[in-house]
Write a protein that binds this ligand. Structure first.
Ligand code: NAD
Length: 277
């Protein structure tokens, strides 16, 4: 049984609000980690071509006896493959590695403003959607200015923008832009990559109050804010802990204490300048 409730994307497709991220999980360990996550009740998996673990992810999906329609699989187009034709080829390759007929969500991994090809790239995404090979399309790491332009020059508003988002980087401006345009906000590094954030005295105190862990408090904060989250772990007990967050709620004081942790500090690159291919 899925343990996570779903949100409805702007094209009517349901997406679990909590999924499993597999960045930095080697391909030969991905099948085991994803298998553990599926057993724990996760139904949404977030991979990417650049993670080089689409194959292992696909193996776990094939090995599970879950019907395909109960799963929500996201993958992402890597930067070097942007451009209309290159995107169509890269998408075929991702599907091949995953061993799937379609993905649930396909994302442009980074906007690469210096290359200026994300509009053309997104037009290939619109074709993939029209062909029924992705159930929803979206972007990742897009700033409001990139979204503005995409919305102005293409016909389908992205269903999702997956951005770095955690208590140290709360992204008020992007979240407000997404809300105005019906774009779901998906948080990458939702736990702030673990160390540092999870030791915050404020989070430790809230965790104590509910007899939960700081990681569970952070995930609850995201869920109550309406964010989609994709925490990553390869430790089975943490994989289970991270989805066991649907039977308690933070109160207004807790939410205010987490809001006060915002430092506007990125762990990852700045999308305005990142151009690694
Ligand atoms: P995360 O915030 O999910 O943190 C993961 C780390 O936190 C783990 O490696 C572990 O050290 C620790 N951790 C996990 N569960 C814990 C628990 N219960 N208690 C204590 N520590 C715990 O970081 P992430 O992996 O960077 O992000 C999650 C997912 O987001 C990735 O796997 C990937 O799918 C996605 N992502 C996307 C982008 C992008 O550019 N679109 C970038 C980074 C990550």
């Amino acid at each position: 049984m899925s343990k996570a409730p779903s949100i409805t994307l702007n094209n009517g497709v349901a997406m679990p609000q909590l999924g499993f991220g597999v960045w930095q999980v080697p391909d030969d360990e991905a099948a085991k980690a994803v298998g553990t996550a599926l057993d724990a009740g996760y139904r949404s998996i977030d991979t990417a071509a650049i993670y080089e673990n689409e194959k292992g992810t696909g193996q776990a999906i094939a090995a599970s006896d879950l019907p395909r329609e109960e799963l929500f699989v996201t993958t992402k187009l890597w930067n070097s493959e942007q451009g209309y034709d290159a995107t169509l080829r890269a998408f075929d390759a991702s599907l091949g590695r995953l061993g799937l007929e379609y993905v649930d969500l396909y994302l442009i991994h980074w906007p690469l403003p210096s290359k200026d090809v994300y509009v053309e790239t997104y037009k290939a995404f619109e074709k993939i959607l029209a062909d029924g090979r992705a159930r929803a399309i979206g972007v990742s790491n897009f700033l409001p200015e990139h979204l503005e332009r995409l919305i102005g020059e293409t016909s389908i508003v992205p269903a999702v923008n997956q951005i770095e988002l955690h208590p140290h980087l709360q992204q008020a401006e992007s979240r407000a832009f997404h809300a105005r345009h019906g774009i779901a906000t998906e948080a990458w590094s939702p736990l702030g990559q673990g160390k540092g954030l999870l030791d915050s005295p404020a989070l430790v105190a809230i965790a104590r109050k509910y007899d939960r862990t700081p990681a569970q408090v952070v995930l609850r904060w995201h869920l109550q804010a309406g964010n989609v989250v994709i925490p990553k772990s390869v430790t089975p007990s943490r994989i289970r802990e991270n989805i066991d967050v649907f039977d308690f709620a933070l109160d207004a004081d807790d939410l205010a204490a987490v809001a006060a942790l915002d430092e506007g500090r990125r762990l990852g690159p700045d999308p305005a300048t990142y151009d690694v291919c």
